[in-house]
Design a protein around this ligand. Sequence first.
Ligand SMILES: Nc1ncnc2c1ncn2[C@@H]1O[C@H](COP(=O)(O)OP(=O)(O)OP(=O)(O)O)[C@@H](O)[C@H]1O
Length: 808
Amino acid sequence: SFRTAAEPRRSSSSSRPPCARWVYLSVLMLHGQVGLSFYDSLDYTLHFMPDIADSSGLHLLERVVQEISPQVIVTSAKQERCMAHFLRGLGSNPDYKPEVVVYPNSDFGLEVAKQRLLSAHLPLLPASITENEKIPYLSSCIPFDSVLMVRLLVAILLSVIVMHSTLRTMGALLKCLDRRRVGVELEDSSVGVPIMHFRTYTLNDVVYVDRDTYSVLQIFKSELHPSVYKLQSGEKEGLSLYGSFYFCKRDWFLRPTRDLAVLMRRQEVVRFFTSPRNSDSFNTLKSCLRNIRSIPVQSTLILVVSFNHSFMQHTLISFCHRLYTVYNGVCIRDTVRSLPQSIQLFHEISEAFTEDLFYIASLISKVVDFESSLAENRFTIKPNVDPAVDEKKRKMMGLSDFLTDVARSELEQLDSRIPSCSVIYIPLIGFLLSIPRLPNMVEKEDMEIEGLDFMFLSEERLHYRSERTKELDDLLGDLHCVIRDMETAVMTQLQAVVLQRSSCLYKVLSLCAELDCLLALAQASQDYGYCSPTLTLHGPLSLIKARHPLLELCSPVFVPNPFTSSDQEGKVKVLTGPNSSGKSIYLKQVGLIVFMALIGSDVPAKEAQICLVDCIFTRMQSRESVSVGLSTFMIDLNQMTQALNQSTGNSLVLIDEFGKGTNTVDGLSLLAACLSHWLSNPATQCPHVLLATNFHSLLQLDLLPQSPLLSLLTLETAVDGEEMVFLYQLKEGICHSSYAANIARLAGLPATVVQRGVEVIRIRSAIFGSKHLIYENVVERFLSLDLDDPSLELQHYMEELLTFDAVK
Ligand SMILES: Nc1ncnc2c1ncn2[C@@H]1O[C@H](COP(=O)(O)OP(=O)(O)OP(=O)(O)O)[C@@H](O)[C@H]1O
């Protein structure tokens, strides 16, 4: 089913019914990283998925193919073997046979992608737009959330060759669309295939969380390891949500899910283990799981053929772990079988321990002598496994006494000046006579002894081969190597049996991994006092006494706060408060709690009801703008564009200080416009928005429309003389001052500087206050204008109204 690159133009258009929906998928796997993008001819949208950089890449690709059912799959001729295998597998399915189109690898280059994106037909843009002007537009459509996307613009702007799979797939996809003239078959050849939208694609039940959100919420945080020079990666996990969960499965953190069944399955196990009644089974399982390692079965194969010592030791240790794994697996099985089988995971684990596993366990333990294997740094087998090996080993054991006798008889025949001699065995060389060097033995000729062949001098001892040692070579041979070869043969046989029955091992390991993660979630829940949230697919988001899961670990006192957002009330919350009053923390704690619920964890709150949101968007701190090639304000706008364009009534949007990177009035107007956009939507389409701002005039000037969706919140503070007291308590209302001067004083700004700042503000507000009166006067007079009044002299009236004096 593979086509070649030299396909004819419009090759399949004849077989394609007009106006039918066609989906073209482009995929590439590069160094284990899967990138994909696809074009939907129904709405002319180009979708792209952030790079999948972990081992689940192909599994996810399989799900994408199931979800979008592409008719055409474009891929590269240079492909990793597993991807080629995957695509071939699709061709053999009788129910679904996509056409696989293979292009040369050069079509998947970044430069090609860059050129094709820039010259793509984007009907929404004015025809006169230049390539340079297209770049900011593309940057707002294609989020900078994946590593790939971060570099997209860098690649475009600087033409840096970077490896990013999804971007590469876009180039090939656009080529395919262009060749087939998708949707423009009847148009003039100068008309390109239209792209009306760019959209990030996520699998149906995967919640979209962009890279910035991961970073601002501190879900992962790598920092330099103190031993950075010694370690290869030089990095360790810092204070992060992932770290606080005892490094539970990274996959779960990377792909929070909306699949209620999956989350319920996790929740029931966590709930079971957080109950104090079950602490014994919790502790037993924890200690057994500590010894479970995931070891690829193939490693044993490499082990047998490997003669590289350091590698061999590593693999050997892995092999020992495998045995422990099996032993501990049995312990896990016994413990889990005693737990309620109504819990799905427990039932699956009980079932997964088949007879095969015991067979493997007992076979390995019968054959492998682990203690001596580790001591000798090679495989050794136990006695009674192979009688021939036992025989050789016996000989080997008695060898030293036998060689002492030989040495004694050899010494009797040597020159009387030689005080002593011994017989030694060197692998690959054989048996040798070893005598101490005498003072007169300086030149090589002095070392020659009649009847003996001189071999070498080492550490003041001379080594010779005698007739007797030659006899020993023939009689005993290279015993050491022979034993090793024989043991290797036994191991190969053992391995074949293990490999045959290893499928159950994978199943057990995968279930153990799941159990291990759930124990980690339960442990965190117990340690930090979390509650189990009630999850719903749609409905309100309601938290009582919610806390920030990371700040509460480092702060001696943490003030919990509630959060409620539903279609009925307060879906758009505007939070004002003095600087340092806890606004950002409140935003982040809501984001983190929702995220935690989406991985199946308990949450830091007294009670929680959480609807499974489809995306979490954040507009918080800006990334550094150098590597992205965009200004700070442009990055802020891109993040806001994402939230505005892609959020649904079931998304969570967290905005901290939008509009600050530009002129105050412009920033304020943009912010008001964005909020008004959401507030003017029906409640079911308005996302859960939580916005913190220091633009107090947003509310003071009444810039937002009246709506039941709008809720105004502030964080309580008290001023004691000149000192600020932060109470961190959430309440309804508006904050009228940022108390910036008080906070500046707290921060240690020189008193004179703060004083001067306060004076400037006072003078400015006095001027603004008097001007404000004049403006009010003008507006009042204008509103009282009666156009029907016959005595009105309009010209004169307007001149008077707009004279400089009146408004100055
Ligand atoms: N609920 C809370 N309980 C205890 N301490 C808190 C709480 N919320 C915030 N804090 C403390 O207040 C500090 C400042 O909080 P935060 O950064 O959220 O303030 P902010 O209002 O966003 O400030 P700014 O407007 O200057 O950005 C935090 O670092 C934390 O130490």
